[in-house]
Design a protein around this ligand. Structure first.
Ligand code: 8DG
Ligand code: MN
Ligand code: MN
Length: 381
């Protein structure tokens, strides 16, 4: 007789966007290990292996109980083959030899460090590694070769490594709102990304900006950025605006006006006392040093992404900027392969009926795709 667990295992749908993936799950020992294999594949630009491991991770994250044996893994989508061997080793002996080897590999460690710098992708990190660069000091000696973005990333490295807390994200939101409302009183500002999915910390803070009157959006973000800059609150930014690309070209070429920034977030007055009052909070020595330096200088650097969308595209932009990245990738793959529809942050195009499908809410988009609605907190794939 099939147990309820067996039924759940064998009936798990194969696309991530067909199931719930909560923030906290039951198989983190397994997913931590598989995420290292995924990252190693990513560093080697091995897209197929990267996707394989990432899909296995996402399956395990949506399993509502702890996997007990590798035998059980064979019922689960994407968990066979190489992944099954890894799962078996960990469930039986606590560690996976391949994962341990990667963790102690010099190139992996250097790639991890170098790609952690803002503005540095896999290809740059790889080239630097071949040139003998292993750490931040090596880089500082070749600073003239860095792009402005990379030099800024290096300059604020410590702050940007420190996760952004929800409390800090809310203070960033206040800053962004203050700046935008100065220029347009009815502008709508929504925090998206990981914080909208319920994460307690993130590597940046993401915002989506819209207005019911489209003309009110013209120049709005530029004005707000300039105002913040004049107050010394913007340390760096670059803007991206692509022409609205047609769905026939590529569903990944999203073209909303986007500002990628590094803000100087002033320390809150309570932060000083917080550190003194809560010495029982475990914070690693290096992190503590970083926090203290932020307090003494009165601010910390925070990555902030700002996206402007016309109101008619808002539900699509909201869905597209809420993530997670893997959830988005799966949603687009499902749309195209199962529904012959092309999805991006601007809209949904039915390639057979040759028409766009408007939507007033995220719920409506899921309905267009014939999917059960998945709330943001269950998109943590
Ligand atoms: P974190 O910052 O808390 O660590 O995680 P996150 O918020 O999930 O990651 P993110 O890197 O800030 O990305 C948030 C979402 O934004 C993610 O689903 C992917 C999406 N996104 C980009 N760049 C672009 C882009 O150029 N176009 C579109 N449409 N979406 C993008 O990060
Ligand atoms: Mn984010
Ligand atoms: Mn972001």
């Amino acid at each position: 007789l099939a147990t309820p667990e067996k039924v759940l295992r064998t009936q798990m749908p194969s696309y991530t966007c067909q199931r719930r993936t909560p923030l906290n799950h039951h198989n983190s020992t397994l997913t931590d290990a598989l995420e290292i294999l995924a990252r190693a594949a990513f560093f080697q630009s091995s897209e197929v292996r990267y996707l394989g491991f990432t899909r296995a991770v996402s399956t395990l994250k949506s399993l509502p109980f702890k996997l007990q044996s590798a035998e059980e893994a064979k019922d689960l989508p994407w968990c066979g083959g190489h992944c099954k061997t890894v799962i078996q080793e960990i469930l039986e002996g606590g560690v996976c030899r391949e994962v341990e080897t990667i963790k102690s590999n010099e190139q992996y460690q250097a790639m991890q460090l170098l790609t952690g710098i803002y503005g540095v992708g896999v290809r740059t990190a790889e080239r630097w590694y071949q040139e003998g660069i292993r750490n931040l000091n090596d880089l500082k000696n070749t600073e003239s070769k860095l792009t402005v973005e990379q030099r800024t990333g290096l300059q604020y490295y410590k702050d940007l490594q420190q996760p952004v807390t929800r409390e800090e994200a809310e203070r960033v939101e206040q800053l962004v709102k203050d700046a935008l409302l100065r220029f347009s009183p009815d502008v709508q500002i929504t925090m998206t990304g990981g914080f909208r999915r319920g994460k307690l910390e993130g590597h940046d803070v993401d915002f989506l900006i819209t207005h019911t009157n489209e003309s009110a959006l013209t120049g709005l973000l530029e004005n707000a950025i300039n105002w913040l800059k004049s107050k010394g609150l913007i340390l760096y930014y670059h803007m991206k605006k692509r022409k609205h690309t047609s769905h026939a070209v590529s569903s990944l070429m999203d073209g909303h006006e986007t500002y990628y920034t590094i803000c100087a977030l002033p320390s809150s007055s309570s932060q000083n006392t917080d550190l003194e009052v809560k010495p029982h909070n475990f914070v690693a020595a290096e992190q503590m040093a970083c926090l203290k330096s932020q307090i003494s200088k009165g601010w910390r650097a925070v990555r902030v992404d700002l996206v402007v969308t016309p109101h008619a595209e808002y539900p699509y932009a909201l869905l597209g900027w809420t993530g997670s990245k893997h959830f988005e990738r799966e949603l687009r793959r499902f749309s195209l392969h199962e529904k012959k529809m092309s999805l991006n942050s601007h809209g949904l195009y039915d390639t057979e009926k040759r028409c766009y499908l408007p939507a007033h809410s995220e719920e409506e988009i899921f309905k267009h795709l014939g999917l059960t609605y998945i709330s943001p907190s269950d998109r943590n794939a």
